[in-house]
Design a protein around this ligand. Sequence first.
Ligand SMILES: C[S@@+](CC[C@H](N)C(=O)[O-])C[C@H]1O[C@@H](n2cnc3c(N)ncnc32)[C@H](O)[C@@H]1O
Length: 225
Amino acid sequence: MSGPITLGVAAAYDVWAASYDGYDNPMVFAAGHALSQASLSLTQKTCLEFGCGTGRNLAALAARGATARIGFDLSSAMLAEARQRDASLTLFQADMSAPIPLPDQSADFILFSLTLEHVSDLATPLLEARRLLREDGTIKIIEIHPFLSLQGISAHFKTIDGAEITMPTFSHPFQDWLAAFESSGLRVCALKEWQARDLGPAAPAKTLRRGPDWPWVVDWTLSPV
Ligand SMILES: C[S@@+](CC[C@H](N)C(=O)[O-])C[C@H]1O[C@@H](n2cnc3c(N)ncnc32)[C@H](O)[C@@H]1O
């Protein structure tokens, strides 16, 4: 039996794109649940997602009254899925570790969901997010909890042929998050660690496999300093 195959991030998501939304993934469920429970007032607001993937979060934000929903991603196949999901999204291909081709203060609400584990340096995308955020805006970051990532748990999937695909990921302990927020001019308004017990009755059984207390995702709410 052969071992896992490691691909670059864009190449891995290009392969995963077609099956990503149907994949039984407790982390994706936990992040989606966390976003669904956020009290956000987005009527007439512009939302921007870094690493928007198949657009599942941007699609969900339409129900919150957001007028403009913009997303970008490294993977062209993930973006193709997002385009197919919702033609009203504004989508483009970009790398969050480089300058994003949008003007200052473009967005009222900026989301990162399960994407910063692929970035070694948190400060670069967070500084860009701060530049793109309006002064009264909010950033939400929902990412794999450090207790899991530090144990070696990270994004991976199986192809229909059963091959396991892994990709580059980086653990970010709490001190790294706090240092990156400080250097990016961001203030923590709220922090929630979503434990298995918090994920509601629709949560897949897999979310309980480490017991009810294990946190799956960390959920930061930030504003400009
Ligand atoms: C696990 S998926 C999450 C997608 C979506 N945010 C969600 O919650 O379903 C991670 C996404 O981040 C994207 N990504 C990873 N590194 C990136 C980078 N440097 N710039 C832009 N997108 C990136 C991947 O292509 C992939 O679509």
